[in-house]
Design a protein around this ligand. Structure first.
Ligand SMILES: [Zn+2]
Length: 187
């Protein structure tokens, strides 16, 4: 039996993807995206998109399309680096692509973030024993990965919660700096 996941985890980075964009393009209405315990409101008009971020800030962006065999594929244009993206990530006050989220952070936070990032990777190595690059990706969280073979459900749940707590610690630091840095890029 699969128990419902009731943990209110914050390690999931909130995101908006082309799946949402498909819906947005078809409708002139505002659309609410719930992701990673955060709510983003978006609205598309022609090639313009308006984002209302969780803190109420409104941001104007653009979308793009490209022809594919089954019609059109839609893309976000990252408001910061202006490149075409299939997914954008958002915090309370910023929305940006993966590359912009991985910008260099100020030196005072570097040690703490690096330390937490390393802790996540070490914990994942020990738990999942996989060399797959998915396991080195901080945008994936503890709940993305399958239970290691031969491990009891009970033990797995305990270990996975430990991992999720370290991921939470990482993102609580990382989010603040992403907001600061993207804010600087914008202004
Ligand atoms: Zn970007």
């Amino acid at each position: 039996m699969v128990r419902p996941n009731t943990r209110n985890y914050t390690s999931e980075v909130s995101r908006i993807s082309t799946k949402h964009l498909k819906t947005l393009v078809k409708s002139p209405l505002q659309y609410i995206i719930n992701s990673g315990n955060k709510k983003l409101t978006a609205q598309v008009k022609d090639y313009a998109i308006t984002y209302m971020l969780p803190n109420g800030r409104t941001l104007q962006g653009r979308i793009d399309d490209s022809a594919v065999s089954y019609g059109s594929r839609y893309w976000f244009i990252c408001p910061h680096c202006q490149t075409r993206r299939g997914t954008l990530y958002f915090t309370n006050q910023q929305i940006a692509c993966r590359k912009c989220f991985n910008l260099h952070y100020p030196s005072q936070s570097e040690n703490q973030m690096d330390r937490l990032r390393r802790k996540v990777i070490i914990k994942r190595d020990r738990l999942f024993k996989s060399t797959d690059s998915e396991y080195n990706d901080l945008f994936n969280n503890a709940y993305c990965f399958p239970k290691p073979k031969g491990m009891s459900h009970k033990r797995y749940e305990i270990e996975r919660n430990k991992l999720a707590n370290i991921e939470d610690a990482y993102w609580s630091v990382a989010r603040v700096y992403v907001d600061n840095i993207c804010g600087k890029v914008m202004s």
